[in-house]
Ligand binder design. Structure first.
Ligand SMILES: [Fe+2]
Ligand SMILES: [Fe+2]
Length: 298
């Protein structure tokens, strides 16, 4: 059984935690203006934010959605798979929170989320909607896209090996061991809730999904910008540069090369091939530039 033990001991602050290409600033010209220490620290802070995002979706979305699915009369084998899925996500949330606290006790002393900020009303709305997968099946696509992307990122982090911080590599190895199975279980949920919805409900959910992807997933906003604020707090010489850095990050919206680093057939092949089966989801290509319905895998 997976013990979710990514190792004790102090974090290795001399190493980055993610490949730089997984951070948005790397894709802007501002990156060239940072010195080696600033680049390293930006990478580390963005990695903490990335872990927060993983924990937020496991805790705020997957947990609610799976608990709701488990209240339905399901065939026993599916019910068992979804119970395991739910239990694993709860352990992942705990693991990523422990990892962030080990890595940066000062930032996570009193809160789980330093960069992901969702107000009480937004959180209540998400909790309510995620608990109703029959009415809001769009969240299953959100989960599938996030989980398959997490699998890709974990593989790339593991592939980078010794170049990255060892606790992060160990945690992503543990996460990967479960997530590949989750991507398969998401298919069960699509069969259950998306295929089971009326064409009219699917059309409404397709529009909501398009909005949600544009607003929360595809482009650098809120959390990514607050990572820069923290970097500036630690390196005050960057203060005059930060507005320009933020402008450049926001301008990545609609940059096809950048968007293809987030979602592409190479990164989320299963999700894209499942999206292809539903004509109402072809419109997602407008907000997810790496998605071209029906395009052959590269
Ligand atoms: Fe997970
Ligand atoms: Fe998962």
């Amino acid at each position: 059984m997976n013990s979710y033990d990514f190792g004790a001991g102090p974090a290795d602050m001399s190493k980055p935690c993610l490949p730089d290409r997984f951070t948005p600033l790397f894709h802007t010209s501002s990156w060239k203006g940072l010195d080696a220490r600033e680049r390293l620290r930006y990478n580390q802070l963005h990695a903490l934010y990335f872990n927060e995002q993983l924990a937020f979706f496991e805790d705020g979305l997957a947990d609610r959605l799976l608990a709701a699915a488990l209240r339905l009369p399901l065939e026993p084998a599916l019910s068992r798979r979804l119970s395991d899925f739910l239990a694993e996500e709860e352990r992942h949330t705990d693991m990523f929170r422990r990892l962030n606290r080990l890595y940066s006790p000062a930032l996570y002393e009193s809160e789980h989320y330093r960069f992901v900020k969702v107000g009480a009303a937004g959180r209540a709305l998400l909790d309510w909607a995620a608990s109703k997968p029959a009415l809001f099946p769009l969240f299953i696509w959100v989960m599938l896209l996030q989980e398959e992307r997490a699998v890709y990122y974990s593989r790339e982090i593991i592939r980078s090996g010794d170049a990255l911080e060892p606790h992060f590599v160990a945690a992503h190895r543990l996460h990967l061991a479960d997530e590949a199975g989750h991507v398969r279980y998401d298919e069960d949920l699509i069969a259950l809730f998306w295929a089971g919805a009326s064409p009219r409900l699917r059309a409404v959910n397709a529009r909501l999904l398009r909005w949600a992807l544009a607003e929360f997933f595809n482009t650098p906003k809120r959390g990514t910008l607050s990572v820069l604020d923290e970097l500036c707090r630690e390196f005050p010489r960057l203060a005059p540069e930060v507005p320009g850095m933020k402008r450049e990050m926001l301008a990545l919206t609609g940059d096809e090369d950048y968007e293809r680093t987030l979602y592409s057939r190479g990164i989320v092949p299963k999700a894209f091939s499942l999206l292809d089966q539903w004509p109402e989801l072809a419109q997602l290509s407008k907000v997810m530039m790496g998605y071209r319905p029906g395009e052959a895998a590269a």
